[in-house]
Design a protein around this ligand. Sequence first.
Ligand SMILES: N[C@@H](CC(=O)c1ccccc1NC=O)C(=O)O
Length: 300
Amino acid sequence: MYNPKSKNLDIEYFPSYHTTRFQDQPEPNIAVLEHFVRLTQQHEKDLTTKQGISVDHMRYGAGRRLVDVFYNERTPNQAPLFVFVHGGYWQELDMSTSCSIVGPLVRRGYRVAVMDYNLCPAVSLETLMSQFTDFLNWIFDYAEMTNVLEITFAGHSAGAHLLAQILKHQDMINPQRSKMVWALVFLCGVYDLRELYTLESVNPKNILGLNQRNVEAVSPMLWEYTDVGIWSSTKIYVVAAEHDSTTFIEQSRRFSDVLKKSGFKSSFKIFHKYDHFDIIEETALDESEISKFLRNIRIE
Ligand SMILES: N[C@@H](CC(=O)c1ccccc1NC=O)C(=O)O
């Protein structure tokens, strides 16, 4: 559907097969994932032990519904808030691998919230999505309570998919809230799950709980967006990595088109040289291309 030339959808939907790194290893796809987990866990440890960053542990619900908020002694009271939603195909990864983005943003004056969520199959994808909208409510309440004036949200991969719900729930996001949202950054996401849910590799034993009837309702590419006007001051960036599959890159391109046609201020961008994983790993480096992009959003 998104890559007419593909003969193997399992490969199209497995980001680790598309890295160009670790080619000297017997299985580069396994090596890239191991490296990602090791490096991002180190990033998380370094924040508090080496970088003088403090963290408040909070929760928006039971189980894994956690929010960690990071700041340092120079963080202003009304600091802009940056919220990160991790990926892992709704079934893997957690807070310990999701804090790479924190350091450079805290050093630039942001308060950074990293959220975690209950994973499939403990919950179905539909339940996870509804718990994610509870999180959105929670974070806007938190922002209002702490006098935050400006929020940017970023989601990676499955986290970008979850984040797309912010554009749909007009009942919850009133104009006062949408005006606070400076930017939405969708990194390397999937927005149409119709091909993906049929794949045993991505959705083993249907742990996502999807079928032909509910798959469209969980596919942001297929949603109808109304009340777009309340988002007129929010910039939307749909970002893909050069070394992601054609399917992933095309999903991002088409999702940005859908948003633009619906009336949002969306732009599509391919980040050269990055793959699905180092685009996140390098958010930990103050001078990487992805870090420069993220901090320039505010002054663009
Ligand atoms: N098992 C997958 C891993 C994966 O999809 C993934 C890993 C880290 C962060 C995001 C991911 N994908 C989507 O959410 C793979 O081998 O590509």
